[in-house]
Ligand binder design. Sequence first.
Ligand SMILES: [Zn+2]
Length: 401
Amino acid sequence: MRIASLSLGFALGAGLLVPDYAHAQTPQRTIALDARLAGDANRTRLIVDLNKKIDVRAYTIADPNRVIVDLPELSFDLPVGAGKQPRGLIAAFRYGQFAPGKARIVIDLREPVKIEKTFVLAAVDDQPARLVIDLVRTDAASFLKNALVPERQQTLAPKAQPKQQVTDARPLIVIDPGHGGPDTGAVAKTGDEEKEVVLEVAKMLRDQLVRTGRYRVVMTRDDDTFVPLDERVTIARTNKAALFISIHADSLSKGAGEASGATIYTLSERASDSEAQRLADKENDADKLAGYLSRQPDDVANILFDLAQRETKNHSALFARTLAGSLKNAARLHKSPLRSAGFVVLKSPDVPSVLLELGYLSSPDDLKQMTSEAWREKVTVSVVEAIDKFFAGRTPAIAGR
Ligand SMILES: [Zn+2]
């Protein structure tokens, strides 16, 4: 990687000048200068010229089929009409600021695709930096199977990408660290933010689960990124998750008492108590806080209490009890640790889902624990233990291992 710029070749502000791309890159804002499509109906490439190299994340989402390209904050200075003309596999693409600090390109697809490559070339001589996304045609089943698994180009060696294991029967667990990006979640008096605390714990849990070799794990986010609530649900459903665990660490408003300890929430139409209701309201507002206009989750809400969902509810409740049983050996539990409310993020009708509140950021004792490496280790070990028990009871094949 090149050391960032020695000098700003000359001022970019004038606009008429051709900027010296190779040497003008450090502190100025990022600009998308041009974008174009190339290729045909089997293989289509999106190229975006940029004034400097950036990190990107591209992944697919089903229903409707799209490719999402997440970018850091940047200004789109694209020619009028860019993205409106279809070509090859791409019907159109849209772009814009997604949230503070974050931009996004959404590619509407004509056919199911696989993202073959995502990379960003640094600027060279008079050539701008380039974001390149290569899409190849695939079948609908493969698209669905891969949809919504974030693909992080920077951490993958180009040829080290493992082939998707079609026959992998291990249960897939979705870990959902709450909040992210512009949505910080609760903030402690010390400045500790819920989004960071829960991400650290979620990553530790992921690593431990992966180490057992018994599970596949998908994270709804593994960095400080905003993920809308309905997308978290979609990630669980599209991946046909066997279990969804949302991790939070909220705070209580003044006057709500001095609650502390861990709580496990499941979904219910009526909240188990007013505090659960208040918490669900707050969590369900996350999208709004992040400046995201969410789709109404009514499609999910409507089938909420269908008979088809009863089994899922039973499994959610079973896992919640199992988790409480394991956790009590590792962490202090809230005085009533099993509660329920209408959390949007728990509304998958077909994926057993729980929301684990590790503790309250408003409680100094809880905060001290949640930011301690030893406590996190103990707690995540006990979550893995609960997951083992849960699947041992349900899947004979897992039990013997
Ligand atoms: Zn939260």
